[in-house]
Design a protein around this ligand. Structure first.
Ligand SMILES: [Fe+2]
Length: 380
Protein backbone atom coordinates (compact mmCIF):
# COMPACT_ATOMS: atom_id res chain seq x y z
CA UNK A 1 0.00 0.00 0.00
CA UNK A 2 2.90 2.34 -0.73
CA UNK A 3 0.56 4.65 -2.62
CA UNK A 4 -1.21 5.94 0.48
CA UNK A 5 1.69 7.06 2.61
CA UNK A 6 2.10 10.44 4.25
CA UNK A 7 5.12 12.38 5.39
CA UNK A 8 4.51 14.64 8.38
CA UNK A 9 6.97 16.69 10.37
CA UNK A 10 6.50 19.15 13.22
CA UNK A 11 9.10 21.89 13.78
CA UNK A 12 9.25 23.42 17.25
CA UNK A 13 10.79 26.84 17.79
CA UNK A 14 11.88 27.10 21.42
CA UNK A 15 12.44 30.84 21.23
CA UNK A 16 8.87 31.81 20.47
CA UNK A 17 7.03 28.60 21.40
CA UNK A 18 5.71 28.26 17.84
CA UNK A 19 5.11 25.08 15.87
CA UNK A 20 5.24 24.78 12.08
CA UNK A 21 4.52 21.80 9.89
CA UNK A 22 5.49 20.07 6.67
CA UNK A 23 2.97 17.63 5.20
CA UNK A 24 3.71 15.70 2.02
CA UNK A 25 2.43 12.90 -0.13
CA UNK A 26 5.14 10.28 -0.55
CA UNK A 27 3.32 9.27 -3.72
CA UNK A 28 3.33 12.54 -5.63
CA UNK A 29 6.16 14.14 -3.57
CA UNK A 30 4.09 17.30 -3.28
CA UNK A 31 4.39 19.16 0.01
CA UNK A 32 2.62 21.86 2.02
CA UNK A 33 4.18 23.93 4.78
CA UNK A 34 2.00 25.49 7.47
CA UNK A 35 2.95 28.52 9.61
CA UNK A 36 6.64 28.63 8.63
CA UNK A 37 9.12 30.43 10.85
CA UNK A 38 11.35 33.18 9.45
CA UNK A 39 14.26 30.71 9.47
CA UNK A 40 13.25 29.07 6.20
CA UNK A 41 16.56 27.20 5.75
CA UNK A 42 15.25 24.31 7.85
CA UNK A 43 12.43 23.70 5.36
CA UNK A 44 14.66 24.16 2.29
CA UNK A 45 16.96 21.48 3.61
CA UNK A 46 14.20 18.99 4.27
CA UNK A 47 12.53 19.60 0.90
CA UNK A 48 15.86 19.01 -0.82
CA UNK A 49 16.80 15.91 1.19
CA UNK A 50 13.42 14.30 0.63
CA UNK A 51 13.03 15.53 -2.95
CA UNK A 52 9.65 17.08 -2.16
CA UNK A 53 8.13 19.81 -4.32
CA UNK A 54 6.54 22.61 -2.33
CA UNK A 55 3.01 23.22 -3.60
CA UNK A 56 1.36 25.29 -0.85
CA UNK A 57 2.54 27.57 1.94
CA UNK A 58 -0.29 28.27 4.37
CA UNK A 59 -0.42 30.74 7.24
CA UNK A 60 -3.28 29.81 9.57
CA UNK A 61 -3.57 33.51 10.50
CA UNK A 62 -1.68 36.81 10.69
CA UNK A 63 0.81 36.15 13.46
CA UNK A 64 1.52 38.77 16.12
CA UNK A 65 4.37 37.11 17.98
CA UNK A 66 6.71 36.03 15.18
CA UNK A 67 7.50 37.10 11.64
CA UNK A 68 6.20 34.56 9.16
CA UNK A 69 8.53 32.99 6.61
CA UNK A 70 5.57 32.21 4.32
CA UNK A 71 6.11 34.82 1.60
CA UNK A 72 9.83 34.13 1.39
CA UNK A 73 9.29 30.38 1.17
CA UNK A 74 6.45 30.53 -1.37
CA UNK A 75 8.43 32.83 -3.62
CA UNK A 76 11.59 30.75 -3.48
CA UNK A 77 9.82 27.50 -4.36
CA UNK A 78 7.12 28.86 -6.67
CA UNK A 79 4.45 27.61 -4.25
CA UNK A 80 0.97 29.05 -3.73
CA UNK A 81 0.76 31.36 -0.71
CA UNK A 82 -2.53 30.65 1.05
CA UNK A 83 -4.51 32.36 3.81
CA UNK A 84 -8.20 32.58 4.63
CA UNK A 85 -9.96 34.78 2.08
CA UNK A 86 -10.67 37.43 4.74
CA UNK A 87 -6.99 37.92 5.69
CA UNK A 88 -6.25 41.68 5.86
CA UNK A 89 -2.91 41.71 4.03
CA UNK A 90 -1.50 44.01 1.33
CA UNK A 91 0.21 41.31 -0.80
CA UNK A 92 -1.35 38.82 -3.27
CA UNK A 93 -2.40 35.41 -1.93
CA UNK A 94 -4.81 32.57 -2.66
CA UNK A 95 -7.87 33.13 -0.48
CA UNK A 96 -9.17 29.92 1.10
CA UNK A 97 -12.81 29.30 1.95
CA UNK A 98 -14.39 27.21 4.66
CA UNK A 99 -14.82 23.54 3.57
CA UNK A 100 -12.50 24.00 0.57
CA UNK A 101 -10.12 21.08 -0.07
CA UNK A 102 -6.57 21.46 -1.35
CA UNK A 103 -5.34 18.35 -3.16
CA UNK A 104 -1.83 17.21 -2.24
CA UNK A 105 -1.14 13.99 -4.14
CA UNK A 106 -3.62 11.48 -2.72
CA UNK A 107 -4.10 13.68 0.36
CA UNK A 108 -6.75 16.32 0.95
CA UNK A 109 -6.22 19.38 3.15
CA UNK A 110 -9.70 20.50 4.19
CA UNK A 111 -9.98 24.08 5.41
CA UNK A 112 -12.10 24.92 8.46
CA UNK A 113 -12.64 28.58 9.23
CA UNK A 114 -12.19 28.75 13.02
CA UNK A 115 -12.06 32.44 13.98
CA UNK A 116 -11.82 33.70 17.56
CA UNK A 117 -8.12 34.30 18.23
CA UNK A 118 -8.25 36.35 15.04
CA UNK A 119 -11.08 36.64 12.55
CA UNK A 120 -9.17 35.08 9.63
CA UNK A 121 -7.88 32.04 11.49
CA UNK A 122 -8.23 28.64 9.81
CA UNK A 123 -7.67 25.06 10.92
CA UNK A 124 -6.59 22.37 8.47
CA UNK A 125 -7.85 18.80 8.46
CA UNK A 126 -5.50 16.23 6.96
CA UNK A 127 -7.34 13.44 5.12
CA UNK A 128 -5.81 10.46 3.34
CA UNK A 129 -8.73 8.98 1.31
CA UNK A 130 -7.01 5.70 0.27
CA UNK A 131 -6.91 4.84 3.98
CA UNK A 132 -10.02 6.61 5.25
CA UNK A 133 -12.45 9.35 4.38
CA UNK A 134 -12.16 10.46 8.00
CA UNK A 135 -9.48 12.98 9.03
CA UNK A 136 -6.53 11.69 11.03
CA UNK A 137 -5.09 15.05 12.07
CA UNK A 138 -6.09 18.67 12.48
CA UNK A 139 -3.72 21.63 12.51
CA UNK A 140 -5.47 24.18 14.68
CA UNK A 141 -3.32 27.33 14.54
CA UNK A 142 -4.26 29.32 17.65
CA UNK A 143 -7.82 28.07 18.01
CA UNK A 144 -7.57 24.85 20.05
CA UNK A 145 -4.26 24.58 21.95
CA UNK A 146 -3.09 21.79 24.26
CA UNK A 147 -4.95 22.43 27.54
CA UNK A 148 -5.84 25.94 26.36
CA UNK A 149 -7.31 28.03 23.52
CA UNK A 150 -5.85 31.03 21.68
CA UNK A 151 -6.46 34.34 23.45
CA UNK A 152 -8.94 36.61 21.69
CA UNK A 153 -7.85 39.98 23.02
CA UNK A 154 -5.23 41.13 20.59
CA UNK A 155 -5.65 41.34 16.84
CA UNK A 156 -9.42 41.73 16.80
CA UNK A 157 -10.42 38.33 18.17
CA UNK A 158 -13.67 37.49 19.93
CA UNK A 159 -14.20 35.12 22.89
CA UNK A 160 -17.77 34.14 21.89
CA UNK A 161 -16.62 33.34 18.37
CA UNK A 162 -13.71 31.32 19.77
CA UNK A 163 -16.23 29.29 21.77
CA UNK A 164 -18.14 28.44 18.58
CA UNK A 165 -14.94 27.53 16.74
CA UNK A 166 -13.52 25.21 19.38
CA UNK A 167 -16.97 23.63 19.86
CA UNK A 168 -16.95 22.89 16.13
CA UNK A 169 -13.49 21.30 16.40
CA UNK A 170 -14.65 19.19 19.35
CA UNK A 171 -17.29 17.59 17.13
CA UNK A 172 -14.47 15.81 15.28
CA UNK A 173 -13.91 12.14 16.17
CA UNK A 174 -11.94 11.34 19.35
CA UNK A 175 -8.94 9.88 17.55
CA UNK A 176 -8.13 13.01 15.54
CA UNK A 177 -4.64 14.20 16.51
CA UNK A 178 -4.40 17.92 17.25
CA UNK A 179 -1.31 19.88 16.21
CA UNK A 180 -1.47 23.49 17.44
CA UNK A 181 0.35 26.63 16.31
CA UNK A 182 1.91 27.10 19.75
CA UNK A 183 3.11 24.93 22.59
CA UNK A 184 4.34 27.86 24.75
CA UNK A 185 4.21 31.64 24.64
CA UNK A 186 1.76 34.52 25.01
CA UNK A 187 -0.86 33.51 22.37
CA UNK A 188 -2.63 31.49 25.06
CA UNK A 189 -2.46 31.81 28.82
CA UNK A 190 -2.14 28.30 30.15
CA UNK A 191 -0.68 26.02 27.50
CA UNK A 192 0.23 22.58 28.72
CA UNK A 193 3.64 22.62 27.01
CA UNK A 194 3.09 19.40 25.08
CA UNK A 195 3.33 19.82 21.32
CA UNK A 196 0.25 17.73 20.41
CA UNK A 197 -2.91 16.17 21.79
CA UNK A 198 -6.12 14.51 20.58
CA UNK A 199 -9.68 15.79 20.19
CA UNK A 200 -10.90 13.15 22.67
CA UNK A 201 -8.43 14.14 25.37
CA UNK A 202 -9.14 17.87 25.00
CA UNK A 203 -12.90 17.32 25.03
CA UNK A 204 -12.56 15.53 28.35
CA UNK A 205 -9.70 17.36 30.06
CA UNK A 206 -9.10 20.82 28.58
CA UNK A 207 -10.07 23.04 31.56
CA UNK A 208 -11.53 25.80 29.35
CA UNK A 209 -13.58 23.45 27.20
CA UNK A 210 -15.34 22.00 30.22
CA UNK A 211 -16.78 25.45 30.98
CA UNK A 212 -20.24 26.55 29.92
CA UNK A 213 -20.33 29.29 27.30
CA UNK A 214 -20.71 32.29 29.71
CA UNK A 215 -17.88 31.10 31.97
CA UNK A 216 -15.67 30.37 28.96
CA UNK A 217 -16.19 33.93 27.72
CA UNK A 218 -15.63 35.57 31.11
CA UNK A 219 -12.49 33.49 31.70
CA UNK A 220 -11.03 34.57 28.36
CA UNK A 221 -11.90 38.17 29.20
CA UNK A 222 -10.11 37.88 32.56
CA UNK A 223 -6.39 37.93 33.38
CA UNK A 224 -4.10 37.86 30.34
CA UNK A 225 -0.37 37.76 29.72
CA UNK A 226 1.25 40.88 28.29
CA UNK A 227 1.37 41.45 24.53
CA UNK A 228 4.38 39.78 22.86
CA UNK A 229 7.74 41.48 22.32
CA UNK A 230 7.64 43.77 19.25
CA UNK A 231 4.07 42.74 18.47
CA UNK A 232 3.17 45.98 16.69
CA UNK A 233 6.08 45.77 14.22
CA UNK A 234 5.68 42.01 13.73
CA UNK A 235 1.95 42.18 12.98
CA UNK A 236 2.48 45.08 10.53
CA UNK A 237 5.24 43.10 8.80
CA UNK A 238 3.06 40.01 8.46
CA UNK A 239 0.31 42.15 6.94
CA UNK A 240 2.74 43.59 4.39
CA UNK A 241 2.47 47.12 5.80
CA UNK A 242 6.03 47.22 7.10
CA UNK A 243 9.24 45.39 6.40
CA UNK A 244 10.60 44.78 9.88
CA UNK A 245 11.74 41.15 9.87
CA UNK A 246 14.59 42.47 12.03
CA UNK A 247 12.10 42.88 14.87
CA UNK A 248 12.21 39.14 15.61
CA UNK A 249 14.50 38.08 18.42
CA UNK A 250 16.56 35.47 16.57
CA UNK A 251 19.64 35.27 18.80
CA UNK A 252 20.16 34.65 22.49
CA UNK A 253 23.06 36.95 23.38
CA UNK A 254 24.31 36.82 26.97
CA UNK A 255 23.19 39.93 28.85
CA UNK A 256 24.38 41.87 31.88
CA UNK A 257 22.08 41.77 34.87
CA UNK A 258 21.85 43.58 38.20
CA UNK A 259 19.59 43.25 41.23
CA UNK A 260 17.14 45.96 42.36
CA UNK A 261 19.69 47.37 44.83
CA UNK A 262 21.63 48.74 41.83
CA UNK A 263 18.72 51.10 41.11
CA UNK A 264 19.72 53.30 44.05
CA UNK A 265 23.07 54.15 42.52
CA UNK A 266 22.17 54.83 38.88
CA UNK A 267 24.15 57.63 37.25
CA UNK A 268 22.38 60.81 36.16
CA UNK A 269 22.64 59.81 32.50
CA UNK A 270 21.13 56.34 33.02
CA UNK A 271 17.67 55.50 31.66
CA UNK A 272 15.37 53.07 33.47
CA UNK A 273 12.95 51.58 30.95
CA UNK A 274 9.82 49.80 32.23
CA UNK A 275 8.67 47.43 29.45
CA UNK A 276 5.39 46.34 31.05
CA UNK A 277 1.95 47.28 29.73
CA UNK A 278 0.71 50.84 30.44
CA UNK A 279 -1.93 49.58 32.91
CA UNK A 280 0.74 47.75 34.95
CA UNK A 281 2.99 50.81 34.87
CA UNK A 282 0.15 53.06 36.02
CA UNK A 283 -0.70 50.71 38.90
CA UNK A 284 2.81 51.04 40.33
CA UNK A 285 6.30 51.64 38.98
CA UNK A 286 9.78 52.33 40.29
CA UNK A 287 10.35 56.11 40.60
CA UNK A 288 11.95 57.60 37.46
CA UNK A 289 11.12 54.56 35.32
CA UNK A 290 9.90 55.44 31.82
CA UNK A 291 7.26 53.24 30.19
CA UNK A 292 7.83 51.65 26.79
CA UNK A 293 5.77 48.42 26.50
CA UNK A 294 7.70 45.53 24.96
CA UNK A 295 5.01 45.17 22.27
CA UNK A 296 5.93 48.64 20.94
CA UNK A 297 9.69 48.42 21.33
CA UNK A 298 10.76 47.92 17.68
CA UNK A 299 8.29 50.57 16.49
CA UNK A 300 9.63 53.10 19.03
CA UNK A 301 13.28 52.03 19.02
CA UNK A 302 14.45 55.58 18.31
CA UNK A 303 13.31 56.50 21.84
CA UNK A 304 15.92 54.19 23.38
CA UNK A 305 19.28 56.03 23.53
CA UNK A 306 22.36 54.21 22.27
CA UNK A 307 24.83 56.52 24.00
CA UNK A 308 23.56 56.19 27.59
CA UNK A 309 23.35 53.27 30.02
CA UNK A 310 19.89 51.69 29.72
CA UNK A 311 18.40 49.50 32.46
CA UNK A 312 15.39 47.35 31.57
CA UNK A 313 12.79 46.44 34.18
CA UNK A 314 9.50 44.49 34.00
CA UNK A 315 7.36 42.75 36.62
CA UNK A 316 9.84 39.95 37.40
CA UNK A 317 12.38 39.04 34.74
CA UNK A 318 11.13 37.46 31.51
CA UNK A 319 10.15 40.56 29.58
CA UNK A 320 13.21 42.54 30.67
CA UNK A 321 15.46 39.63 29.70
CA UNK A 322 13.93 39.30 26.22
CA UNK A 323 13.99 43.07 25.70
CA UNK A 324 17.64 43.27 26.75
CA UNK A 325 18.53 40.40 24.42
CA UNK A 326 16.72 42.15 21.58
CA UNK A 327 18.52 45.45 22.23
CA UNK A 328 21.83 43.55 22.29
CA UNK A 329 20.86 41.98 18.97
CA UNK A 330 20.27 45.52 17.65
CA UNK A 331 23.80 46.52 18.66
CA UNK A 332 23.07 48.32 21.93
CA UNK A 333 26.21 48.07 24.06
CA UNK A 334 25.13 49.63 27.38
CA UNK A 335 22.01 47.67 28.25
CA UNK A 336 21.36 45.76 31.47
CA UNK A 337 18.40 43.76 32.78
CA UNK A 338 17.11 44.33 36.33
CA UNK A 339 16.57 40.91 37.83
CA UNK A 340 13.61 40.54 40.17
CA UNK A 341 11.93 43.55 38.56
CA UNK A 342 9.19 45.72 39.99
CA UNK A 343 7.87 42.79 42.07
CA UNK A 344 11.18 42.55 43.97
CA UNK A 345 11.27 46.33 44.40
CA UNK A 346 7.73 46.31 45.84
CA UNK A 347 8.47 43.30 48.05
CA UNK A 348 11.52 44.99 49.54
CA UNK A 349 9.24 47.76 50.82
CA UNK A 350 10.43 50.51 48.47
CA UNK A 351 8.11 53.24 47.27
CA UNK A 352 6.33 52.76 43.96
CA UNK A 353 4.71 55.57 42.00
CA UNK A 354 1.01 54.97 41.38
CA UNK A 355 -1.23 56.97 39.09
CA UNK A 356 -4.37 57.92 40.94
CA UNK A 357 -7.53 55.91 40.45
CA UNK A 358 -5.80 53.04 38.66
CA UNK A 359 -7.27 49.62 39.37
CA UNK A 360 -5.49 46.32 39.40
CA UNK A 361 -4.20 45.49 35.89
CA UNK A 362 -5.64 42.61 33.84
CA UNK A 363 -2.13 41.65 32.82
CA UNK A 364 -0.60 38.93 34.93
CA UNK A 365 2.99 37.80 34.92
CA UNK A 366 3.80 34.12 34.70
CA UNK A 367 7.02 32.51 33.62
CA UNK A 368 4.91 29.94 31.76
CA UNK A 369 3.37 32.44 29.40
CA UNK A 370 6.80 33.08 27.91
CA UNK A 371 8.73 30.79 25.61
CA UNK A 372 12.37 29.86 25.93
CA UNK A 373 14.89 29.82 28.77
CA UNK A 374 14.85 32.08 31.81
CA UNK A 375 18.54 32.74 32.38
CA UNK A 376 20.49 35.72 31.12
CA UNK A 377 23.57 33.66 30.32
CA UNK A 378 21.88 31.47 27.70
CA UNK A 379 24.70 31.24 25.19
CA UNK A 380 24.68 31.33 21.39
FE1 LIG B 1 -1.39 33.77 17.07
Amino acid sequence: MGECRVYFKQFLDERCGCASYLIASRQSREAAIVDPAIDTGQYDELLRERAFRLKYVIDTHIHADHVSGARRLAEKHGAELCLHESAPVTYPFRGLKDAEELPLGQLRLRILHTPGHRSELISILVINPPRSSEPSMVLTGDSLLVGDVGRPDFGGGDAAVQYESVSRLLRLPDWVAVFPGHFEGPCGKGMCGRPSTTIGFERRYNPLLRLERPEFISTLAGAVPSRPLNMVAIEATNRGREDAAWSMLTSLPPVEEVGIEALHGLGADAVLLDVREPEEYAYGHVPNAVNLPQAELATRLAEVPRDRPVFIICESVMRSLRTTQFLRQMGYAQVTTVRGGTAAWRKSGQRVVTEEGRGKPRVVESEWTHAGGTTASAGG
